[in-house]
Design a protein around this ligand. Structure first.
Ligand SMILES: *Cc1c(COP(=O)(O)O)cnc(C)c1O
Length: 408
């Protein structure tokens, strides 16, 4: 008599509570092994699961017996990824989603209802703004956008209907910081939840839950993968809220594919090493760029000149791999700089082992009106640079080509 697929898996649990370091959790948490004894996690590329009897099927569907039924509900590879990232963020439970945006949409729809109000940083990912202003509003959920650096603004935006606060820190591309602990305090005084998009730093460099946030959200597409292969997302938080989101995901179907989950599992194994290396190179690039003629300003929370450097040192253990800088000039000069580089990739993506360069005003922030961009500080001369893991000398040499083109 064959065992069911679930029973054949031996789950090896590593809880953050057991005192393991994040370097260990990133490799071991959620690890599973079938009776074959494979060392690397298996990919459960299956849409459904087989039962040993009609009785077992009935027990699974009825919830009397725990186990897999259908991969829109649960899948062992997806669960392994969820357990690992939950342990790394120090949360009770994680729910993986088909993309970062699906994580935010399902979070909003699962936890909010008609009439509820959201306070959101105005410096968040472009699609996040659209999600609140164009789509969640159709469900009767309204949003007020605030200056993320201004604690008073977060407090002033609260209404009796406020249920959720949303922030991304540091922000993209200008590296504006929100004080997680302080905003969590405001949110909790008003019985609201604080959600932090932790995409740019990952749990290796910033752990929002430990600072008082209720839910952490990721676009796994960025650093968690780290090699630009897959789209995916994840939410981490308490059982209560995650169970509500899980209900919507398993019904609405914004689930993560097992293959993508496996890629993210592999990505997490090197995340601590990569994030430290990205941070080290980015600080070196930011410091160097700042001294170059033709560069008006560098935006990076690791620079002592950054207006919130002190807060960065308090809530982050390093400063991440993404920076932005303004060239002296307008669009023409910024484009000339970008086009003169040879090695770095001109792409909208970031958080990759490959360095990437972007002109926000005409790409990622291109849908904003000129006035909106101006208000958000996204000028025509601004360039975003995601520092990869190529040799620092080669990265600088490539940026030097851009600098030379500015003067040429
Ligand atoms: C990319 C990104 C998202 C959206 O994630 P997708 O996986 O592309 O859906 C959300 N927040 C931040 C900060 C991002 O960089």
């Amino acid at each position: 008599m064959s065992q069911s697929s679930y029973e054949r898996i031996q789950r090896i649990h590593f809880d953050a509570g057991e005192g393991y370091d994040i370097d260990t959790l990133s490799i071991r948490a959620g690890q599973s092994r079938t009776a074959e004894g494979e060392h690397s996690d298996a990919i459960f590329a299956t849409s459904s699961f087989v039962f040993s009897s009609a009785r077992e099927a009935a027990a699974r569907f009825g919830g009397e017996e725990v186990g897999n039924i259908y991969s829109r509900f649960t899948n062992p590879t997806v669960q392994a990824f969820e357990e690992r990232i939950a342990a790394m963020e120090g949360g009770e439970r994680a729910i993986a989603t088909s993309s970062g945006m699906a994580a935010i949409l399902n979070l909003g729809l699962a936890l909010l209802q008609h009439g509820d109000h959201v306070v959101c940083s105005r410096s968040v990912f472009g699609s996040t703004v659209s999600l609140f202003t164009k789509y969640l509003i159709r469900a009767g959920i309204t949003t007020t956008f605030v200056d993320p650096t201004d604690i008073g603004a977060w407090e002033a935006a609260v209404t009796p209907q406020t249920r959720l606060f949303f922030m991304e820190t540091p922000s993209n591309p200008l590296a504006e910081l929100s004080d997680i602990e302080a905003v969590a305090g405001i949110a909790h005084r008003h019985d609201a939840l604080l959600v932090v998009d932790n995409c740019f730093l990952t749990p290796v460099l910033q752990r929002p839950l430990a600072l008082g946030a209720d839910i952490v959200m990721h676009s796994a597409t960025k650093y968690l993968d780290g090699q630009g292969r897959c789209i995916g997302g994840v939410l981490v938080g308490r059982d209560k809220e995650m169970e509500a989101v899980f209900g919507l995901i398993r019904t609405g179907g914004a689930c993560l594919s097992p293959f993508n989950a496996w890629v993210f599992l592999k990505g997490l194994e090197t995340l601590p090493l990569r994030m430290r290396a990205h941070s080290e190179s980015a600080l070196a690039v930011a410091t160097w760029l700042q001294q170059q003629p033709g560069i008006r300003r560098v935006y990076y929370s690791g620079l002592p000149e950054h207006p919130q450097h002190e807060l960065a040192c308090k809530q982050q253990s390093a400063f991440g791999g993404v920076l932005a800088f303004e060239v002296e000039g307008e669009r023409e000069e910024a484009w000339r700089f970008i086009d003169a580089t040879r090695m770095v990739s001109i792409t909208g993506n970031l958080g990759d082992v490959k360095s990437t360069i972007t002109h926000p005003a005409t790409t990622t922030h291109g849908r904003m009106s000129v006035e909106e961009r101006e208000a958000a500080g996204i000028r025509e001369g601004l360039i975003r640079f995601s520092v990869g893991l190529e040799s620092l000398d080669d990265i600088k040499a490539d940026l030097q080509r851009g600098l030379d083109a500015l003067h040429g």
